[in-house]
Design a protein around this ligand. Structure first.
Ligand code: 3PG
Length: 219
């Protein structure tokens, strides 16, 4: 599916989650890897891409993908402050993913009109994000914080919330998460192994993306 610019400017967090079963969490150390990596993922059917700010090159990688790979929808991950949000917006990020939630972060995303998938790991964090209007959330770190059993438990009191579990999710357990009614998609770094990126093994990354894009998207 090709999204035009108008649709992109109206992207919601739910649309980010519904595009494919997996949002790849990407860590890049070399700006030269950004564009071929993005193209490799898109070739495998994955186009919502979360490039993290974990490396000094992250922002420049976001910028390069935004400029050169229009068929990808570039997002920023590991966003922790309002200043990060502003920088990502300037770099061309179309959505924001954070490992936790603060009011300032939520406000910065509203100010820049960027959809946010805020990270939560407790009921209080879910309620804080909900108070600010965020109902599509990243469950992080998913496996370490309770895995599928935690999501099942949250389905009772937080039945109106949709999750993207991330952290310890892999091809081996993704289907278990995706089978849950409150999970739309999962996030994970397994599509972009550090050695494949370092070696420029884009064919391997396309193969991993193809495999992931065939996972059943949760309804
Ligand atoms: C994230 O930042 O969302 C996680 O570190 C990704 O976790 P994973 O490496 O276990 O997939």
């Amino acid at each position: 599916m090709v999204v035009n610019k108008t649709e992109l400017s109206r992207l919601t967090a739910l649309q980010v989650m519904q595009d494919a079963a997996v949002i790849p969490v990407i860590v890049l150390h070399d700006v030269a890897h950004a564009v071929p990596l993005a193209r490799a993922l898109v070739a495998g059917g994955i186009r919502m891409l979360e490039v993290t700010l974990r490396t000094p090159q992250g922002l420049a990688c976001i910028e390069a993908i935004a400029r050169e790979v229009p068929e990808a929808v570039i997002g920023a991950g590991t966003v922790r402050s309002a200043a990060d949000v502003m920088a990502c917006s300037m770099a061309g990020a179309r959505f924001i993913v954070s490992p936790g939630y603060t009011h300032l972060l939520g406000q910065a995303c509203r100010d820049t009109d960027l959809p946010l998938l805020p990270g939560v790991a407790t009921g209080s964090e879910i309620m804080t994000a909900q108070e600010d209007g965020f109902t599509e959330l990243k469950f992080f770190p998913a496996m370490q914080a309770g895995g599928p059993a935690m999501l099942k438990a949250w389905g009772g009191p937080f039945g109106d919330v949709k999750f993207c579990p991330t952290g310890g999710v892999s091809l081996a357990n993704a289907a278990e998460f995706l089978a849950l009614s409150n999970v739309v998609c999962v996030g994970g770094s397994w599509l972009t192994p550090a050695d494949a990126v370092a070696q420029g093994d884009w064919a391997r990354i396309t193969a991993l993306a193809l495999q992931a894009s065939q996972l059943k998207l949760s309804s």
